[in-house]
Design a protein around this ligand. Structure first.
Ligand code: KMH
Ligand code: ZN
Length: 270
């Protein structure tokens, strides 16, 4: 079994400081959080940008400052969001890809997202795939529901994206696929040949799905974007606290952690 790649989803677009006082918002805060997570065992940081007042933005310059702040402190893989926030235009969402980060997310379809709709029209998503390829950026395909894997298989057959794919299952969003072991097992059974995968469980699903991924040979995403609690009723004190718990669990289960350099090799980045 490959070593475990832990991704820290540090900020997201939805969580506020009111909900989670330790949420990193400014580029410097995100850089510090990334370094803490790298020290705790993360090999990738999934980053979103915010304006100074906390509103989400896909502004290229803010992403540039975030990437610089992370790289100044650690060698972790930086994965930018192209999901941004609900309601942003495709062009807006693609802006950070032009910075040529090592990785970027690519959402594989439209989905109800709590009380909102996260729109990812097929033609737009194909355009995202082409733009990532043009800038040499490795996609992480965000899969919120099973039909999105069918789309990915079609893309691979058509040669729109290159194999092997790296997929992240985002499970437990209200309106999308549930954060259950059964959902994860089904999605895993539908993966294209040779794909690598991780799971991001939302809220209380984060820890049990991380545990399942560790034993199944998948990879794990944790962090405030997906879950702000350490346990029921107790906020986590930092993103690194959530990373450290998964790192400890993986070591207990005798699955060593991938360093950023090892993650680059596993994902075909190096
Ligand atoms: N904020 C969500 C609407 C991604 O980063 O690629 C989309 C999202 C996915 O967070
Ligand atoms: Zn995200």
């Amino acid at each position: 079994m490959d070593k475990l790649i832990i991704t820290a989803a540090l900020t997201g677009a939805e969580v506020t400081r009111e909900q989670q006082p330790a949420l990193p918002v400014t580029p410097e805060e995100i850089g510090i959080a990334a370094a803490e997570c790298a020290a705790a065992g993360a090999a990738i940081v999934h980053v979103h940008a915010r304006h100074a007042d906390g509103r989400p933005t896909q502004d290229r310059e803010v992403y540039r400052r975030i990437i610089d702040a992370v790289k100044a402190r650690c060698d972790v893989i930086v994965q930018v969001s192209t999901g941004g926030a609900v309601g942003m235009t495709p062009a807006e969402r693609l802006a950070p890809v032009t910075l040529r980060p090592e990785m970027a997310t690519l959402s594989m379809g439209s989905v109800n997202f709590g009380d909102e709709v996260f729109v990812n029209a097929p033609a737009d998503m194909a355009g995202f795939a082409r733009t990532l390829a043009e800038y040499g950026v490795k996609p992480e395909f965000e899969v919120f529901d099973s039909g999105m894997l069918t789309t990915l298989s079609h893309w691979l057959q058509r040669g729109l994206v290159a194999a092997p794919a790296h997929v992240d299952f985002v499970l437990g969003i209200p309106g999308a696929m549930a954060g259950t072991p059964e959902a994860l097992m089904f999605l895993r059974s539908q993966l294209p040949a040779g794909a690598t995968w991780s799971v991001a469980g939302i809220g209380a699903a984060q820890l049990p799905l991380a545990a399942l991924a560790i034993v199944l040979g998948g990879h794990v995403r944790v962090g405030f974007e997906d879950n702000i609690y350490y346990r029921k009723g107790e906020l986590a004190t930092s993103n690194a606290q959530l990373v450290a718990r998964v790192a400890a669990l993986s070591r207990t289960l005798e699955r060593p952690l991938a360093t950023p350099a090892e993650a680059r090799r596993l994902l075909g980045l190096a």
